[in-house]
Design a protein around this ligand. Structure first.
Ligand SMILES: [Zn+2]
Length: 277
């Protein structure tokens, strides 16, 4: 599932390949593609010029030369693919945008095998689309305040992992980077957030920022010029993971086998020696 670093890689790709281009046509190929709250059909963005590609947490949006923005959420498997128009359409194409710049033409396809991703046409309030209003700033935004986030986490009577995943406290961290951040900070995922002191929470957040920054750095060079691909389960950062998906493999720090325990409908991965309760 794409998390902040993967979504940022897609944003950078869109910035390089689509900003400054005009959407000549937009076509919706799937009945569940458009979010219910969309204020207009997808086709309504035809004729707009793409001014910039923005992101908060895992939400992406294209700013257009009109008041509305086009918001995208990749869900589990959403991808943006750039196509040469003469190639066959991607297998799970949910939307196609023909974009032009002068005489140049490109096809931008939103491809989504598992259909949890969506697009929507929205209005912005203070630069943030309506469906993103309830999402807290992510750590790479200018408005991010680490001390407010620490104070907020300390109030929660939930596990530190649950607090890290709460997009209304800090956005961008999903299951993979939560496990990686806690491993790096040597904090057990089930420790209650309100029982931790500020320094310990600060260290978890700093580890989350570091691990995501490293993943962005790797992702920034992983796509080629005409193809922006995000595949959640087998992401480009996978080789660098220390906890997530490594059940039974030795901890990189101490050699103890990584353990996997149930967490909500998913799993938590941690080192039972480095990350004590
Ligand atoms: Zn260990």
């Amino acid at each position: 599932m794409p998390e902040l670093p993967e979504v940022e890689t897609v944003r950078r790709g869109l910035e390089n390949l689509a900003v400054g281009w005009k959407i000549s046509t937009a076509s919706n190929h799937h009945p569940r593609l458009l979010k219910e709250s969309s204020i207009a059909p997808l086709e309504s963005v035809s004729g707009a010029r793409i001014e910039s590609a923005q992101r908060r947490g895992k939400f992406l949006w294209l700013v257009l030369n009109r008041p509305e923005v086009l918001v995208a959420h990749l869900g589990m498997s959403g991808q943006f693919l750039f196509h040469e128009s003469d190639k066959p359409r991607a297998k799970h194409a949910r939307a196609t945008f023909h974009i032009t710049k002068g005489l140049r033409r490109r096809e931008l396809v939103f491809n989504d095998q598992r259909t949890f991703g969506w697009l929507s046409v929205e209005q912005c309030v203070e630069g943030i689309p309506s469906s993103v209003q309830h999402i807290a700033p992510d750590p790479f935004e200018a408005g991010f305040d680490r001390e407010i986030v620490i104070a907020n986490i300390r109030k929660r009577k939930v596990s530190i992992k649950t607090a890290l995943l709460n997009q209304e406290i800090m956005s961008g961290v999903g299951n993979i980077y939560a496990d990686e951040s806690l491993w790096r900070a040597k904090v057990h995922p089930e420790i209650e957030a309100s029982s931790m002191n500020s320094a310990r929470i600060r260290s978890v957040i700093d580890c989350a920022i570091d691990v995501m920054a490293e993943a962005i750095k790797q992702g920034g060079t992983s796509f080629d010029d005409m193809y922006i691909n995000v595949n959640g389960e087998s992401g480009f950062f996978e080789q660098s993971l220390n906890a997530y998906g490594r059940e039974g493999e030795p901890c990189e720090r101490c050699g103890t086998p990584i353990r996997r325990i149930a967490f909500a409908n998913r799993s938590s991965h941690f080192c039972p020696k480095c990350q004590r309760k």
